[in-house]
Design a protein around this ligand. Structure first.
Ligand code: P6P
Length: 334
């Protein structure tokens, strides 16, 4: 058996594909596709300051947000890589108004997986050299194999996910993912272009002392959220907690999973369902959180139980150490 600390991502996927409840080879090829795209995007993100690739591409996406050129590039790279692997029958992306159907009219392609991605989350941080990330979520299609995918394939509750993960382009580049058997983190050795298992079996500490929220929106929050933030700031027991908010979900989530903490993007009087998207931000992070012993809620119930109504729908999001999420739910529901 390989020494754990020297296991590469490729070796890990092969060693664990039997534990995966669905067919083996296809998911491995799918994860390898994501691995390749991650390396390409990492290369571009790391040189962003050096070439005339940063700055808005001039367009705006369905969210009405300025598209940074790297958003566009990351989106194209992940879609192209996944298409070329001929395993995926459909892709949805934050940067695409509608889902993309792949090889659906060719009955020779018995592709059964669909992928939903946020190709470059936190992209407004690119120009100021702050970490950004890619988030992905994988399902089996629910409509007959060999027919064109439909919206129904994409509007599945998060509990149906078969895999999910993120790449964080930070001080080092990491790929963190789950296939339902725990969460494992791999760090890229840029000299070799190889991901090594650096964080086996990642676990959210049951509680923590870090809360992550944009306090600039405080006056717009529901009263229960305001009360919880004040609770975090009170001098009592293990409190006051520390406030840490990077403005990049992947980075805040990753730090909180290692150190313990809670990330919150509540609804508010200016954003009635919050800002984060259910399908390609909240569900994959919720799958990871729960697989790591944490919790993810919309304030009233599990994120992964929500049945989506549309591709780009937003939900309030509270995610992290189990006891901290349960505490904010208490405040919201009281
Ligand atoms: P705000 C980035 O746009 C993002 O989707 C998350 O990565 C991040 O946590 C959040 O939005 C930041 O939003 O409104 O606090 O700037």
């Amino acid at each position: 058996m390989f020494e754990k600390q020297h296991l590469t991502l490729g070796e890990f996927i092969i060693a664990n594909q039997d534990a995966f409840q669905y067919t083996s080879g296809e998911l491995s090829r799918l994860l390898n596709g994501i691995r390749l795209a991650a390396k390409v995007v990492n290369h571009e993100v790391n040189k962003a300051g050096l070439v005339d690739i940063i700055g808005a591409a001039g367009d705006t996406n369905i969210q009405g947000e300025n598209q940074q050129k790297l958003d566009v590039l990351a989106n194209e790279k992940f879609i192209q890589t996944l298409k070329n692997r001929e395993i995926v029958c459909g892709i949805a992306s934050e940067e695409e108004d509608d889902f993309i159907s792949i090889n659906s009219f060719d009955e020779n392609h018995q592709n059964k997986y669909i992928v939903l991605i946020d190709p470059l989350d936190g992209s407004s941080n690119i120009d100021v050299n702050v970490s950004v990330g890619t988030i992905f979520s994988i399902y089996r299609r629910v409509t007959p194999v060999g027919t064109p995918v439909t919206l129904e394939d994409f509007l599945q509750p998060g509990k149906n996910q078969i895999a999910a993960g993120y790449i964080i382009y930070g001080t080092s580049t990491m790929l963190v993912y789950t296939t339902g058997n725990g969460v494992n983190g791999f760090t890229l050795n840029p000299a070799l272009g190889t991901f090594y298992l650096s964080h086996p079996d990642m676990q959210y500490p049951e509680t923590g002392k870090i809360y992550s929220v944009n306090e600039g929106n405080y006056i717009h929050f529901p009263q229960g959220v305001k009360d919880y933030i004040k609770y975090c700031q009170m001098e009592e027991g293990d409190r006051p907690y520390t406030s840490r908010y990077i403005g990049s979900l992947v980075s805040d989530f990753h730090r909180n999973m290692i150190k313990g903490g809670i990330y919150m993007y509540p609804k508010s009087s200016v954003a009635e369902n919050g800002k984060l998207r259910l399908l390609y931000e909240c569900n994959p992070m919720a799958f990871l959180a729960e697989q790591a012993g944490g919790k993810a809620s919309d304030g009233f119930g599990p994120i992964m139980e929500i049945v989506p109504q549309e591709l780009h729908e937003r939900v309030p999001f509270f995610c992290g150490s189990k006891k901290m999420v349960e505490k904010v739910e208490e405040f919201i529901q009281s």
